[in-house]
Design a protein. Structure first.
Length: 396
């Protein structure tokens, strides 16, 4: 059985076919890159600032596309003899198809998360918890940091009947991006990991960041909201979450649903406590991640896991041996020098979190910082960079 019939594609995406098409015909996969090997595929012709897949439609047909999804204003680019559905927006069609497909799995337990810092770390922690609860192979999580307008539908289309849980990461740098992604994902639990000084060129201030992130709580499917007990724009998050039956907070305050007590760490790992404040249950965690910020990420993931009925003891068992992907505090020793590579998108909050971690064990007399610049801070750029420099001088 194929993935979608032509009739389904037209019903979900709208638009019209460029030629007579057999509506019962099927496609077996959805592809957005002409370089990808494909067989009997629906090819979505996406366009961005630096590329336009409409220029490569012939390649898609040669590589195995059975149907092209094309901007109706670029219909002339469809190769002779190829079948295409002409739509208002191929990206919107892609997202709509992903949302339609996700709803084929009503029993799936899906968590959607966003935040200024810590999204990918929290996703990996929550993935580990879900895999401990359901078993390897039964959890789908966002690949890498494919968390944008294209990445979210791509990840949803990876779902199979084997998956019992899913963790879908969502990023944004402009207003109006989070809510459509949350709607197609239809999460039962939505998480906001943090609110910080990121993308201020577009969001202006922390309230702007919080306002955009809070739209992850918008879908009617959301039954539980997870967010920091204390953060910038917290009143905005609380207002957005007020209609949701279950509300979970995390943080170092004893008023949090999940309280995090960080004990400290070194290059090899750290320890902290997680306390479920309502029941006063607590667990001690020793893991190979380091820094207060990672302990708070664990608190966020734990709150989400609790919302799905996973007990605190199982959460503790799951996260002890977690490892993060990519260049996050990767340690390399060369002769007498220890290199710490934390090469990832940064903002003033994440930069200060990394420096705060260094302050726990590094000898300032033998420490050399090589700090990259931080983009998309707008008029706050100078202030944000000076904040990081001041933090370094005060703490290292």
């Amino acid at each position: 059985m194929g993935l979608f019939t032509f009739q389904e594609i037209q019903a979900v995406c709208g638009g019209e076919f460029n030629r007579s098409a057999e509506l019962t015909a099927e496609v077996d996969e959805v592809v957005t890159d002409t370089r990808t090997p494909m067989k009997n595929a629906l090819f979505i012709a996406l366009a961005g600032e630096r590329f336009d897949a409409h220029n490569y439609l012939a390649d898609a047909v040669r590589n195995g596309a059975a149907l092209l999804c094309v901007d109706r204003n670029k219909a002339e680019k469809v190769p002779p003899g190829a079948t295409a559905i002409l739509v208002e927006s191929p990206l919107a069609a892609y997202q709509a198809l992903a949302g339609y497909y996700r709803r084929r799995f009503p029993e799936l337990k899906l968590a959607a998360l966003t935040g200024s810092c810590g999204k990918t770390s929290t996703k990996e922690i929550l993935r580990a918890i879900f895999e401990h609860a359901a078993g390897t192979g039964h959890v789908l999580a966002t690949e890498g940091n494919t968390n944008n307008q294209i990445g979210v539908p791509r990840n949803l289309l990876r779902l199979t009947g084997e998956h019992r849980y899913a963790v879908i990461e969502m990023g944004t740098n402009h207003h109006g991006e989070i809510e459509p992604l949350a709607e197609i994902a239809a999460p039962q639990t939505s998480l906001i990991v943090s609110i910080g000084s990121c993308h201020l060129e577009f969001f202006v201030d922390l309230n702007g960041v919080a306002s955009e992130k809070s739209h992850i709580f918008a879908p009617e499917s959301v039954q539980d909201a997870v967010f920091p007990q204390e953060c910038g724009g917290n009143d905005i998050l609380r207002k957005a979450a007020s209609r949701i039956p279950g509300q979970y907070t995390f943080g170092e305050s004893p008023e949090s649903t999940v309280q995090v007590i960080y004990h400290g760490g070194n290059l090899e790992g750290s320890s902290f406590e997680l306390i479920e404040t309502a029941s006063r249950k607590r667990i001690e965690v020793q893991w190979n991640l380091t820094g207060r910020h990672q302990a708070l990420n664990a608190g966020c993931a734990a709150a989400a896991a609790l919302s799905f009925g996973i007990p605190l003891e199982m959460i503790g068992e799951a996260i002890g041996n977690i490892k993060l992907p990519g260049f996050r505090m990767r340690k390399t020793r060369h002769r007498f020098v220890l290199w710490l590579n934390d090469a990832y998108n940064a903002n003033p909050d994440s930069m200060c979190a990394a420096l705060n971690w260094l302050s726990e064990f590094a000898d300032p007399a033998h420490l050399l910082l090589v700090l990259g610049d931080m983009g998309e801070l707008g008029k706050e750029s100078l202030k944000g960079h000076m904040r990081v420099i001041a933090f370094a001088f005060e703490n290292l």
